[in-house]
Design a protein around this ligand. Structure first.
Ligand code: NAG
Ligand code: NAG
Ligand code: NAG
Ligand code: NAG
Ligand code: NAG
Ligand code: NAG
Ligand code: NAG
Ligand code: NAG
Ligand code: NAG
Ligand code: NAG
Ligand code: NAG
Ligand code: NAG
Length: 793
């Protein structure tokens, strides 16, 4: 075969064109292979090896610094930056006296001619008479059995077998076993199931069969690369061959500051825009050029004061820190003060109330609202710096509105009164001691309950929910005849108590646990009082029957007011059940105006924030959807079905999580099983509901109407409408578009887009969501929803 490229290329007119355009800027000749016949090959040759269809080139490249300094690499011909996908000696460049040669024995070697020193060599490993180095169309450099795909640098190309890769390196960052990103101190900051393959259409196939999908997934007309970037992030890029530019279509880490090792000791990483970061020193510390920050003035042991850094968290938590059991703030502070080597402490406001004492040096500090943490840094008493990290609500001062006051003693028997007085005294003592967290209260509560038991008393009396007998509820609901709804936990019946109050009785299915356990849990649910939560009045636990008694909310659920009738789930159910009661007889429902919709959104956000943050973090709702938002006569919203996940059989939890949410409202982490379910799953569902309140359509109805394509994804679509196309009116309910309260609508839409971020970490907390809706915090531009994980099919 002729080694001459010209001959070969002349068979492909388009490629010859390419060849000339390549020739002009680099003035380099192109060859299709390197063999004994055109050996040797060095930087002075100005020859490039080009793949058959021209996509990739290989050759000697000058390092960025000028002078006689080269490396050898493979790059993407059409990219404007001539991006290098594979290289050797990039970090230890050689001079122009170095060249490739193929020996008569068939060994390819890179040799320093002046010193006759072989820098690198591979043997042909075969008896081929004329071994040659070729560049394949997929970007793989091949010399008989050796190939560059097995020798990884910092980039993976489509169909490169990733499973063979053990390590990818860039500066202090490493991607190990295609599954963990690590920085200098072996600190991992991103973990995935091992990636096995990058496909041409933009999917990262994982070992367990799941896939990570690029934002331009499906397009096969573009070259892609997965690169470990100098900043430590792993990003997938697509090449626009018209402009020659790369575009990021997927990234492992969304918040760059969470990449470990970004800043030096004691420094804090702060994001600058969406793709850059900055390192700053905490107050009381000064820049110690190059090596981070040092304390300005020392404090004597067991003294000093603390400066509050809102949303700042340091380190790996396991490293040079002690996590103390949940405690109140004052205790957390004094523990740190008493330990002379404690330089700071962190306090988590997620409801966990974790107290973390930190020891020098502080590493991997970063600012992010997602931390829900404040760090208190110890400085000298005389320090005059003030903290620039502010903005977190003073949660310490937020006292839960209801919990600590008990209802007036009922006129029941003496035991009850004694019970109450014991409890009131215990609570008062606790109050004096300064209860800062309701978590602690709850802990105490169960202790008091146990104490009450050892005193020979029963559970908490009045003030807790009332216990109804089966017969009482049967009578109140006219033998369970009036179905008003049906949800994941059971059927809901309307009824009336003898005192005239209207009630909704939820008859629970599949509830595990004994009677006492049920009672205890229900007592806790019944203590969650909020204007925007449906109030629980009582329960029934007779033999196998488990029922909850709620206030009756007159106007029914939100879905009936915002969606056109045919999309109404509850009505379908009622029809199936052959039920002709209230729901179907109600008069046509009014269309909700903007102010009402806004009020509903805000009320719901506040109620969920209350569930998550103010009192009990573990009360995730898990099934937020319009059906679970009930409206009163004046359209005051009330969230229902909260706290019930606590009641379900613990054994069923695993399978439960699958059937738990409702399609269309479930956060991606419900589908990606390796991600934990946190309060942020509720935030996602709320975001979907918020978009529906604005649009008057189900999120999946939109999809059916638009039928754009399979890759259509509501959050991404909404983002594009608002921030790219700037056509927010396409989202807004067409029935009331004219009377739009633009400011409220914009706030609702933008907040919603923050809520439906794919990654739970990127979503704001529910408290923040409420504030965004209120307009008390600025709503910055959210990141574009970039990925979503496709369920296993
Ligand atoms: C490089 O230049 C040398 C000397 O001019 C020549 O023998 C060799 O064939 C050239 N190699 C390539 C790959 O162009
Ligand atoms: C090649 O050899 C010369 C002479 O010994 C030496 O000065 C030069 O540094 C060597 N280059 C490399 C890349 O080893
Ligand atoms: C270079 O070294 C090889 C063995 O290392 C030797 O066979 C060869 O003769 C040397 N060439 C020159 C020019 O010194
Ligand atoms: C290659 O050559 C070696 C000896 O040089 C011989 O033993 C071997 O059988 C040959 N292999 C093939 C595939 O021809
Ligand atoms: C060259 O081949 C690669 C791999 O087959 C393909 O992805 C690419 O689209 C081709 N490029 C051109 C310009 O045909
Ligand atoms: C891969 O490249 C490194 C240097 O860049 C070299 O040390 C190593 O031997 C290479 N491995 C293979 C399999 O070629
Ligand atoms: C990668 O995935 C594509 C598409 O599924 C497949 O054709 C290809 O063989 C895979 N490559 C590897 C190395 O697994
Ligand atoms: C590629 O770049 C061109 C020129 O900048 C632009 O017009 C085109 O929309 C881009 N294509 C894609 C798919 O982004
Ligand atoms: C960051 O993004 C801006 C615009 O979005 C872009 O111009 C800039 O090149 C990006 N910087 C990096 C380091 O990617
Ligand atoms: C310290 O100062 C240098 C140079 O001004 C700057 O590059 C670096 O980011 C600063 N570091 C911190 C932690 O402030
Ligand atoms: C805090 O901000 C003020 C004003 O922006 C600035 O002068 C001061 O240097 C900052 N302090 C720190 C510790 O960053
Ligand atoms: C932990 O702290 C000790 C001194 O208190 C220090 O010597 C050590 O390097 C620290 N460890 C890490 C991982 O930073």
């Amino acid at each position: 075969m002729s080694p001459s490229s010209l001959l070969l290329l002349s068979h492909f007119p388009i490629l010859s064109l390419l060849f000339f355009s390549l020739l002009s800027p680099d003035s380099a000749a192109a060859v299709s292979s390197f063999s004994v016949s055109n050996s040797p090959w060095g930087p002075t040759n100005s020859t490039n090896l080009v793949s058959k269809n021209g996509t990739f080139s290989a050759g000697f490249r000058k390092t960025s610094s000028n002078g006689d300094s080269y490396f050898f690499g493979v790059w993407v011909t059409d990219s404007s930056d001539k991006f290098v996908v594979w290289s050797i000696f990039r970090d230890t460049p050689f001079d122009s006296t170095t060249q490739f040669s193929i020996s008569s024995k068939g060994e390819l070697s890179l040799t320093n001619i002046s010193s006759n020193q072989t820098l690198w060599s591979v043997s042909a490993n075969s008896n081929s008479s004329s071994p040659q180095l070729v560049l394949n169309d997929n970007g793989e450099l091949q010399f008989n059995t050796w190939n560059s795909f097995n020798n990884l640098t910092d980039t993976i190309l489509p169909n490169q077998p990733i499973s063979k890769i053990s390590i990818m390196e860039k500066g202090q960052f490493r991607f190990v076993n295609a599954s963990v990103l690590l920085s200098g101190f072996n600190d991992s900051y991103y973990t995935t199931t091992a990636i096995v393959n990058l496909t041409n259409d933009g999917q990262l196939m994982l070992l367990d069969g799941t896939r990570l999908v690029a934002s331009d997934y499906g397009k096969t007309d573009r070259l892609r690369r997965l690169t470990l970037d100098p900043n430590g992030n792993l990003q997938l890029y697509s090449l626009n061959s018209t402009s020659g530019r790369w575009r990021v279509v997927w990234q492992a880490v969304q918040e760059l500051c969470t990449i470990r090792g970004t800043c030096g000791a004691n420094a804090i990483c702060v994001p600058v825009g969406s793709n850059s970061t900055q390192c700053v020193c905490p107050p009381g510390y000064k820049n110690n050029t190059g090596t981070g920050c040092t304390l300005k003035s020392k404090y004597p042991s067991s003294s000093g004061k603390f400066l509050q850094l809102d949303f700042v968290q340091f380190g790996n938590l396991s490293q040079n820190s002690t996590t103390l059991p949940p405690t109140n703030f004052a205790k957390c502070q004094s523990t740190c003060l008493q330990n002379s080597s404690c330089v700071a402490f962190s306090y988590k406001f997620t409801g966990q109330r974790d107290c973390i004492n930190l020891f020098a040096p502080l590493y991997d500090g970063y600012w992010s609202p997602a931390t829900e943490t404040a760090t208190y840094i110890r400085v000298s008493e005389s320090e005059t710096d003030t903290s620039n990290f502010t903005g977190m609500t003073q949660m310490i001062e937020t006292v839960c509105p209801v919990r600590l006051s008990l209802p007036p003693p009922p006129n029941e028997n003496k035991t009850t009164a004694r019970n109450i007085s014991i409890i009131v005294i215990l609570f008062s003592l606790e109050l004096l001691a300064g209860v800062l967290s309701f978590w602690a209260f709850l802990k105490k509560y169960s202790k008091y309950r146990d104490m009450a038991r050892t005193f020979g008393l029963e559970y908490l009396p009045a003030g807790g929910p009332r216990r109804f007998s089966y017969a009482e509820l049967k009578a109140a609901t006219s033998d369970f005849s009036n179905i008003v709804g049906k949800g994941g936990y059971g059927v809901v019946y309307k009824g009336q108590l003898p005192d005239g109050r209207a009630i909704a009785v939820k008859r629970l299915r599949n509830i595990g646990g004994g009677e006492a356990e049920f009672w205890a849990e229900v007592t806790i649910i019944a203590r969650m009082h909020h204007l925007n939560l449906v109030r629980m009045w009582g329960f029934c636990a007779d033999k196998d029957q488990r029922m909850l008694v709620y206030e009756y909310v007159s106007n029914g659920s939100l879905d009936k007011f915002i969606f056109p009738a045919h999309t109404n789930l509850n009505e379908n159910i009622n029809k199936e059940e052959g039920d002709t009661n209230t729901t179907l007889l109600q008069p046509p429902r009014p269309l909700l105006d903007w102010n009402t919709r806004y009020r509903i959104a805000l009320g719901v956000a506040r109620a969920i924030a209350y569930l998550h943050e103010e009192c009990l973090e573990w009360v995730l709702h898990c099934d937020i959807k319009p059906e679970n938002i009930l409206l009163e006569d004046d359209f005051c919203p009330k969230v229902s079905d909260f706290g019930l996940s606590k009641l379900t059989n613990k054994k069923d939890k695993v399978t439960m999580s699958k059937i738990r949410g409702t399609r269309g409202y479930m956060a991606p982490e419900w589908v990606i099983h390796r991600e934990p379910i946190t309060a942020k799953a509720d935030v996602y569902s709320f975001g979907m509901v918020l978009l529906e309140i604005v649009s008057g359509r189900r999120n999946y109805e939109f999809q059916r109407e638009l039928m754009e394509s399979d890759e259509w994804y509501f959050p991404k679509w909404a983002f594009d409408k608002v921030y790219i196309e700037k056509k927010m009116e396409d989202i807004v309910d067409p029935r009331i578009i004219d009377e739009a309260n633009d400011e409220a609508v914009e706030r609702m839409v933008k907040t919603a887009i923050w809520c439906v971020q794919d990654r739970a970490d990127s979503r704001p907390s529910m408290g923040k969501v409420a504030k965004m809706l209120e307009g008390t915090v600025e709503i910055t531009e959210p990141p574009k929803p970039a990925i979503f994980c496709m369920p296993d099919e």
